[in-house]
Design a protein around this ligand. Structure first.
Ligand SMILES: NC(=O)c1ccc[n+]([C@@H]2O[C@H](COP(=O)([O-])OP(=O)(O)OC[C@H]3O[C@@H](n4cnc5c(N)ncnc54)[C@H](OP(=O)(O)O)[C@@H]3O)[C@@H](O)[C@H]2O)c1
Length: 324
């Protein structure tokens, strides 16, 4: 019989509600504890999602020896601090994207997890969705010949609010870390680390980026054209052009269920690849599969990938700020 893991959620966020619904799909996941800065918020979450324990402090939850895995869903600026706390307490960690605020922090998190022999993974849920995996498989199997160019956009309208975590620099705001990370992830997933990065950006009044366009050149001479924006609704698709046609991940490309393969000879195929549950169950299942095997990192979403991703995010943010 499979081991059952006690999950804890650190931070009662909007996304924590979706993640908890994902956990309920998994027979080997026990919805065990939730921790908030507010006991009342923790109690409400516990009641809504049928968890066993509610803690009014993150530290108290981490002192509970029954907790096996912690899902960190606090604001972007706090991922480093909270990951380090969890590793110190010896808990396996699944931390929301972006993994931390900068490369130096990610390096420290990885070093600490390795030193303590504790499982650590970035919660980039798109990586595990069956339709995203199929997209990569089709590209690798030359369904459109040699892949050459990725066009990928993520944009929605979020009116400027200096107190929103999307805009507040103190909370790690900006379109790049919040949604630009998905097109960047897709480019690295398909083509590997870029060798050249060009960026054009428009800042919001709070000096975090509002709309940013990125051009990446990769080792195999592939090009990625990526945009993120809080100012406009974009097509939110990923199109991968090859010398034999193109592949399209339909909107929303970061949580896809539909793909089109369009070949230059006129052939066209629509492929539906649905997820079970709400999709957040896949990343959680990966953590438990790894723990079952005694692994401290995921072969599917290795720490080296998160490191590369953060290197690119850092460079893109640095170049974007030159336009502010
Ligand atoms: N994977 C996805 O699909 C997805 C989607 C959206 C967001 N995200 C990521 O998930 C994380 C949370 O996003 P969200 O939109 O769900 O956040 P949110 O609703 O704003 O919640 C963030 C939580 O962080 C905790 N927190 C601790 N210190 C804080 C402080 N000083 N100020 C504000 N909050 C503080 C709070 O929990 P307590 O008060 O309970 O302690 C708060 O509820 C972000 O890193 C984001 O990038 C991922």
């Amino acid at each position: 019989m499979k081991k059952k893991y006690n999950w804890a959620i650190l931070g009662v966020s909007r996304i924590a509600n979706k993640f908890a619904n994902g956990l309920k799909e998994l027979p080997n996941a026990n919805c065990y504890a939730v921790a908030s800065r507010s006991q009342e918020r923790a109690e409400n979450f516990k009641a809504n999602h049928n968890f066993e324990k509610a803690y009014g402090s993150y530290e108290d939850m981490l002192a509970d020896p029954q907790v096996d895995i912690v899902y960190i869903s606090t604001t972007n600026n706090l991922h480093f601090e909270h990951t380090m706390m969890c590793i110190k307490a010896g808990k396996a960690v699944l931390c929301e994207k972006p993994f931390a605020s900068n490369l130096e922090q990610v390096e420290k998190m990885i070093a600490k997890a390795r030193k303590k022999n504790v499982f650590l993974m970035e919660a980039l849920w798109s990586r595990f969705l069956p339709c995203m995996v199929k997209f990569k498989e089709l590209a690798e199997n030359k369904a459109i010949g040699k892949p050459l160019l990725l066009q990928c956009n993520f944009g929605f309208i979020s009116p400027f609010d200096p107190n929103s975590r999307l805009y507040d620099p103190a909370l790690g705001g900006g379109s790049i870390p919040d949604i630009g990370i998905y097109p960047i992830f897709t480019a690295i997933y398909l083509f590997g680390t870029p060798t050249d990065i060009k960026v054009m950006s428009v800042p919001a009044p709070a000096e975090t980026d509002w709309t940013t366009s990125i051009l990446l050149k990769h080792k195999g001479k592939e090009i990625s054209m990526l945009t993120s924006s809080f100012e406009t609704i974009l097509d939110n698709e990923a199109r991968l052009y090859g010398d034999g046609g193109y592949l399209k991940l339909h909107s929303m490309f970061h949580m896809p269920t539909k793909l089109t393969v369009k070949r230059n000879d006129g052939g066209e195929e629509e492929i539906h690849v649905y997820s079970t549950g709400n999709g957040y169950n896949y990343e959680a299942a990966e953590v438990m599969n790894c723990l079952d095997k005694g692994l401290t990192e995921s072969p599917e979403m290795p720490l080296s990938f998160s490191l590369e991703l953060m290197k690119v995010l850092d460079e893109v943010s640095r170049k974007a700020k030159k336009d502010f």
